[in-house]
Design a protein. Structure first.
Length: 222
């Protein structure tokens, strides 16, 4: 593979990876605003497919500092199951029956963040997820700092990928040059060996036949 072909192959991969990283760093879904001290309803934006009876609905809190990233809030089997709360839940939450929305009474600044609604589909269908970013308008906004950190990570990843591609292209180019040089050296050695091969008997006879002629002197006595 030539360096030009390698570069053409790596560029689409780099673009795809950058798009994937940029998409992964953003919060997919809807932004909702609320005021601390008020009751807030976080809507479930998971896409419902018409005609599909989903088995259960689950609500999670997305925590980037957690090892699992998802902190369970509640779950309910559909259509008429009972609501079960996850172990370790430290605040009051409720599920609204008709809309499957999450009800948060008396929200505080610590309630701001990303919430995810998960619809568990039956066999043969696809599960659906919907994310909501809840912002408390009267609380300090940490989204700018988070965005700066995400941008720095994405930029560092892109720089590393570009450096890796440049290294690969340089390595293949150097390998190609060394291979051509080795082939040239082998060819020269082959020609030298063929030139310095031992003389055979017919070669010696040919040299004797074509060699310099000898002259003889005759003395005549009178």
């Amino acid at each position: 593979m030539t360096p030009q072909r390698l570069s053409l192959l790596c560029v689409p991969l780099l673009v795809s990876a950058c798009v994937h990283l940029c998409g992964g760093g953003a919060v997919m879904g809807t932004v909702m605003e609320c005021v601390s001290g008020a009751d807030c309803v976080v809507q479930c934006f998971a896409e419902h497919v018409e005609g599909v009876q989903y088995r259960a609905v689950r609500w999670y809190r997305v925590r980037e500092s957690s090892s699992s990233h998802l902190s369970g809030l509640l779950t309910r089997r559909l259509p008429n199951g009972t609501t079960t709360y996850y172990y370790g839940l430290d605040r009051e939450v409720e599920l609204l029956d008709e809309s499957l929305s999450l009800y948060l009474p008396n929200v505080t600044c610590s309630d701001g963040g990303v919430y995810m609604c998960h619809l568990a589909a039956p066999l043969g269908e696809q599960n659906r997820d919907g994310q909501v970013l809840l912002i408390l308008k009267d609380c300090p906004d940490g989204s700018k700092e988070k965005l700066t950190i995400d941008d720095s990570v994405i930029l560092a990843t892109v720089v590393l990928m570009v450096a890796l591609i440049i290294f690969l292209i340089s390595f293949i180019s150097l390998k190609s040059v060394l291979r051509d040089k080795n082939n040239k050296t082998v060819t020269q050695e082959t020609l030298l060996e063929s030139t310095l091969r031992p003389l055979e008997k017919k070669d010696l006879m040919l040299i004797y036949t074509l060699g310099p002629k000898t002259y003889s002197m005759k003395h005549v006595c009178v």
